[in-house]
Design a protein around this ligand. Sequence first.
Ligand code: BDR
Ligand code: CA
Length: 310
Amino acid sequence: MKPTIIDCDPGIDDAIAILLAFASPELDVRAITTVAGNTTVERTTANAHRLLHLIGRTDVPVGRGASQPLVRAAGAPIDDIHGTDGLGDAGIPPAPEPETQRDAIQLIIETVESSPEPVTLIAVGPLTNIALLHAVRPDIVDRLERIVIMGGAAKGGNVAPTAEYNIWFDPEAAQRVFGLDVDIVMVGLDVTQKAITRPIHWAELEKGGLASQQILAMNAFYSAYHASRGGEELTMQHDALAVAAAIRPDLVTVVPARVNVECASPLTVGTTVVDVANPREGGRVRVALDVEVEEFNEFLVSRIARFLSE
Ligand code: BDR
Ligand code: CA
């Protein structure tokens, strides 16, 4: 079992990613850390607790991280995509939060220091916490097995024509992280926008109990957003694909690259400039460019359905 930390901003697709991680015997999720992104850090933290409560894993610590990017103001919560509660207003019950909040950076440090094996960090929100971790304890970053990042794109964008949301939210943090001396796998829109999951894929969950129904309702909110933009009812499970790639690297095809982030131009801020012709020395940054879509869907949904019905 790989010791793992998930740094996230739940967020509907973050919630699905968290479920996949706990449903996977290959991963030993030791901590969840939160950051502002899809919604405020107060809400992403509350949502991490709600999810752990829902699946009976309140033994896993949650650390609250950055409430805003390194140098910019936080973007407004994207409630139209994730709901006013960040989890699709789907009736997932509130969870009691511990009296004293743990700090994300401190929790990552303690988790890495106490692990005999190197820890995998799966980062599926803006990269603020990871940049701050490096600023205070670069030795902890050195000890990581790798960082699997959901973010960026070699081509295209979602929040802007050439920018992906997580990178756009805190481009200065992302620029620092892509330059770190650690193995990085970037799972960006090049693959997550291909990994389309349709309502039919989730049919197995319909037979499940209350938790399955709440997860289905949460996901339905996410699909409805896509449909409201003139498309079909479908979801792009961006964050779950990063978790899947950490478990099953064969699901994605990666190439070594150099990644820099545009931090200046207002027109293209948050763009990941992916240079495959001049990769980083030692192949330390790899970018996923293709994905086995049907295998991913099968992997994702069957694991979550089995887990929630146990
Ligand atoms: C990423 O942005 C967020 O809205 C999602 O949770 C995902 O991490 C996709 O661009
Ligand atoms: Ca996310």
